[in-house]
Design a protein around this ligand. Structure first.
Ligand code: NAD
Length: 228
């Protein structure tokens, strides 16, 4: 079975109703990125950061996966599919994808500020009253700007053995995630699905599908299923 690695970003969840960060009307127009999504912001104003992620979590509980997420599940019929997502939502899992690696954390989890191995499933708001079993404050299980990306090495290793790479709905501006495609073996076919693609390449192996995820992903998946 050929191995497909899929790198997804905020764009795949946009049509489910979750705002991206950088698009017009996106979250960064309403919030200062360094105030709400950085480790410095957390140290400065925990209440503000908790409130930002509490709102995101409440919104996530009201939305559903879309045709883009579901198409990737169908791909598993004929391929060994590994999803590496920058998203903190769990819409890939809700759709039924089996292998999902979260590079930037998970909204429906909370973790201890003192011991990062203490991670809890968490669907309510996180408040200043919520502590881990060692008595330290709980924080969102999110990788913030200014923090290490612990899953990066695993993601790079997955990408190094890809036969095909799909990149969906990402502005490729957040590092190190954006550098992942450089780990794919030379001449690996890459399909980049995004209505506003960042890269223009003349390479025969690099295919740009300038479509929204609900159109572009099923299109590419159908083509890949037919060629096995
Ligand atoms: P981004 O906001 O920087 O870029 C979004 C990309 O999605 C853009 O390239 C845009 O053209 C594309 N897009 C917009 N609508 C689309 C659609 N319908 N179909 C396909 N693509 C579409 O997001 P990013 O590149 O993922 O990186 C930013 C960071 O934002 C990540 O670290 C991620 O953790 C975080 N984020 C996550 C979520 C989520 O979990 N759903 C939401 C917002 C931001």
């Amino acid at each position: 079975m050929k191995k497909i690695v899929v790198l997804t970003g905020a764009g795949i969840s946009a049509e489910s109703g979750i705002s991206t960060f950088r698009d017009a009307g996106g979250l960064w127009e309403q919030h200062d990125i360094m105030e709400v999504a950085s480790i410095d912001g957390w140290h400065k104003n925990q209440a503000l950061v908790l409130d930002f992620y509490n709102q995101r979590r409440r919104q996530l509980l009201e939305v559903q996966p879309n045709a883009g997420h579901f198409a990737l599940v169908a791909l598993e019929k004929k391929y060994d599919v590994h999803i590496i997502t920058q998203n903190v939502d769990d819409l890939h899992e809700q759709a039924g994808s089996k292998n999902v690696l979260h590079l930037h954390g998970e909204l429906r989890k909370a973790r201890s500020c003192k011991d990062e191995t203490l991670i809890y499933n968490w669907d309510q708001d996180i408040t200043s009253e919520d502590k881990c079993e060692q008595g330290s404050q709980l924080r969102p299980h999110i990788v913030w700007f200014g923090e290490m990306v612990p899953m990066m090495e695993k993601a790079a290793l997955e990408t190094m053995t890809a036969d095909i790479l799909l990149i969906i709905g990402t502005s490729l501006q957040v590092y190190p995630a954006a550098s992942l495609m450089n780990f794919a073996p030379e001449d690996t076919p890459i399909y980049y699905i995004d209505p506003n693609p960042e890269i223009i390449s003349n390479d025969d192996f690099f295919h740009i599908i300038a479509e929204k995820a609900t159109i572009g992903v099923p299109m590419v998946v159908e083509k890949l299923l037919q060629t096995v």
